[in-house]
Each structure stands twice: as C-alpha cells, then as structure tokens.
Design a protein around this ligand. Structure first.
Ligand SMILES: [Fe+2]
Ligand SMILES: [Fe+2]
Length: 181
C-alpha cells in the first residue's frame, strides 16, 4: 500500500541531506554566499513550502478531524516547531543580506540561525517519523492514505526551486556533492 506518511518520510530523507550540507557549510571561515542563498531557497521552497504544505494543509487537519488536538499534543508541537523553523530562516535571510553588504558581524549570526535550524529540524523529523506518523498510521484508513496522496499530487509545484520538484532534489544532490555529504 502507498502510504501518505511514508511519502512524507521520503521528503525527510532529502531535507536531512540538505541539513547535513548546511552543517558542513557552517564550518567555513568565509562561506560561498551563493550556496548559502541556495540552501535558504531550498528550505523555503521544498522543506517549508512543499513539505510543510502537505503536513499543515492536508495531513494535520485530517488528524484533527480524527480527534487529535490542534493546540496540544504532537500536532500542536509540530506546528509550533514549524513556526520556530521559520524564525531561523528569517534570521538566515536577513543576516545573509547584511553579510552581502560587507557586514562581517552578520556571519556568526547566519551560522547561529543555521545551527538552530539544523538541531530543531533533526529533532522535529525524528519526532514525526517515530511518534506522530506512527500514531497517524493507527487512525488513517487505506482510503485516507490514498486521498492524501492524491491531494499531495495536486499541490502547485510550478516554479518550485526555480523549476519543478525534480529541480529541488537535484539541487540538493548537487550541493551534497559539493560539500562531500
Ligand atoms: Fe513537520
Ligand atoms: Fe515533516
């Protein structure tokens, strides 16, 4: 059976790969700013855009319909962590812009936000894979999985990552090779 939760776990594999790249990038004394911008764009388009849209607009609301709390418990915690992630991404974006104007003090702040995002997301993905999705699998019917997968396929991915979904994955792979991840 195709599973709507396995589909999300598969996205996580690519997101974790991007996060490994980011961790390597934070070790550079003088970073390749184009790479940092690409990383932020991939988070915005793929991780927070496409992937979180599947969770926030499709899976989580269905779980709430099935009795999960929206504010408390695992769904509430996950939503809250998505917000925390967005704050780190905002911090990265703002400080990359400052760094590009020649402000060297922005570099440690870029790295601070990247490191915050890295540890938040590793933890977050671990909780989704091992707790929330296992709970979801207990309440979702085969029909729910099929409906969700169909809805995932309807998300507009035009111009995502400057192309389409394959562009996201191939850009992550290109970065991974560049950073020996
Ligand atoms: Fe999530
Ligand atoms: Fe996720």
């Amino acid at each position: 059976m195709n599973s709507a939760t396995k589909n999300l776990e598969n996205d996580h594999v690519h997101i974790l790969r991007l996060i490994d790249v980011m961790e390597r990038a934070t070790k550079a004394e003088s970073p390749d700013v184009n790479h940092l911008e690409l990383m932020v764009d991939l988070i915005k388009s793929f991780a927070d855009g496409f992937h979180h849209a599947k969770e926030e607009t499709l899976l989580f609301p269905l779980l709430v319909e099935k009795g999960f709390s929206l504010e408390q418990g695992p769904v509430g915690v996950m939503l809250n962590e998505h917000v925390q992630g967005r704050n780190y991404v905002k911090g990265m974006t703002e400080n990359i812009a400052l760094y590009k104007t020649g402000n060297q003090n922005a570099l440690p702040l870029i790295y601070q936000n990247m490191n915050g995002y890295i540890s938040l997301l590793r933890n977050h993905i671990n909780k989704e894979n091992n707790i929330l999705f296992k709970m979801a699998d207990r309440v979702l019917t085969e029909n729910d999985h099929e409906t969700l997968l169909h809805q995932y396929g309807e998300i507009d991915t035009h111009n995502i990552c400057g192309g389409d979904l394959n562009q996201c994955l191939s850009k992550i792979e290109t970065l991974a090779k560049a950073y020996n991840v």
